[in-house]
Design a binder for this molecule. Structure first.
Ligand SMILES: Cc1cc2nc3c(=O)[nH]c(=O)nc-3n(C[C@H](O)[C@H](O)[C@H](O)COP(=O)(O)O)c2cc1C
Length: 329
């Protein structure tokens, strides 16, 4: 079974390894008639690029090429295929993890599953794969723009990191102007889909909505969001629920917080085992991030956009009057 496709009506399939010739994605279900050109990707790709002292020194231009699905500047309704050529690989840096497992990374589990792995730069388990999610997210944002949805994020400040080590942090994503009614109970509840979207990003270890884990210590009377009428629009006083009730958006901001673990590849010597089970020590070479929240924030925004755009399209079938509006002449 493959696990490289996300989404139902609007779906993205990503492909490629960190040190392969290129990475790419195919976005299916994109409505025809959306303005799309290669320059549209530049702003968001730049947000994900390493730029801080805690980011990997691997520098890539991340220029997105549109390979299909666009004609004369507009989407044609056919699959949109996007590609980025990998330019700055130093595969030799990874030779010492060929047979030795990095603690905290996916080396051991990929071997356990597939029997061998592309160890160069972490192969498919590398954060590099998330570049294509950001690219696909640009298309999702264009769909959401038509109804005014705005997605933003903030991350915990970059800390002082002890020498040769890494640290974890958080990213909060907010989606505003989301129409009430998105989300498909019961297995495709909006919070379930967003959780899957977030947890599919490497190093994300927990996700919460609104007050999140704090609700387990509250009284019902404190946690329940009081409904109010703001100029004819049903709203709530506190939005403790983070904009989703019963798996359906309630029209308030959707507020999601992700908890990110410390980058596993640290420069400190660590105890580990090799693929034959012999205990050994490992000093990791290669170019690695030290603090992921700034790099993951644009990825989580993109995953939010992909999830909401898919939910928006799916919601079109929720009422018979929508069908009549489209088809009855
Ligand atoms: C944008 C991004 C960049 C990442 N950069 C690195 C890195 O430089 N070094 C590293 O060891 N892990 C990095 N990671 C984390 C690993 O990909 C991740 O920890 C690994 O695949 C294991 O998955 P898990 O942490 O979800 O269990 C990055 C993840 C993302 C999303």
């Amino acid at each position: 079974m493959g696990g490289s496709t996300f989404g139902k009506i609007l779906s993205v399939t990503t492909w490629g390894e960190s040190h392969g010739p290129a990475i790419g994605c195919v976005v299916e279900g994109v409505p025809a008639g959306i303005d799309l050109c290669e320059e549209d990707f530049v702003y968001y790709m730049d947000l994900r690029k390493p730029s801080r002292s805690t980011d990997t020194p691997r520098k890539e231009s991340d220029t997105v090429k549109i390979m299909s699905g666009v004609f004369e500047g507009k989407t044609t309704g056919t699959p949109v295929s996007l590609m980025i050529v990998n330019e700055n690989t130093h595969s030799q840096d990874y030779s010492n993890i060929k047979d030795v497992y990095r603690p905290g990374h996916a080396d051991y589990t990929y071997d356990a599953k597939y029997g061998f792995r592309d160890y160069r730069g972490g192969g498919r388990s590398s954060g590099r794969e998330t570049a294509m999610r950001v690219a696909a997210g640009v298309i999702a944002r264009k769909i959401l723009d038509t109804v005014g949805v705005i997605i933003s994020s903030e991350y915990s400040p970059v800390p002082e990191i002890p020498e040769l080590d890494s640290m974890g942090g958080t990213v909060k994503v907010v989606a505003g102007n989301v129409p009430a009614g998105l989300g498909e109970p019961v297995f495709s509840k909006l919070d379930a889909e967003l959780s899957k979207a977030f947890m599919s990003v490497g190093a994300v270890k927990a996700v919460e909505f609104g007050l999140g884990t704090k609700v387990s210590e509250m009284l019902g009377s404190e946690n329940n969001d009081t409904f109010i009428n703001v100029d004819g629009k049903i709203s709530t006083v506190n939005n403790n629920c983070g904009g989703i009730l019963g798996g359906i958006s309630d029209g308030d901001d959707i507020v999601i917080k992700a908890y990110i673990k410390p980058v596993p590849s640290i420069l400190k010597e660590q105890r580990t085992v090799d693929k034959d089970g012999n205990e050994t020590t490992l000093t990791i070479k290669g170019r690695h991030d030290k603090y992921l929240p700034p790099r993951i924030a644009p990825v989580l925004e993109a995953m939010t956009a992909l999830t909401l755009a898919d939910a928006l399209l799916m919601n079109m079938t929720s009422r018979i009057e929508n069908i009549i509006k489209v088809y009855k002449k």
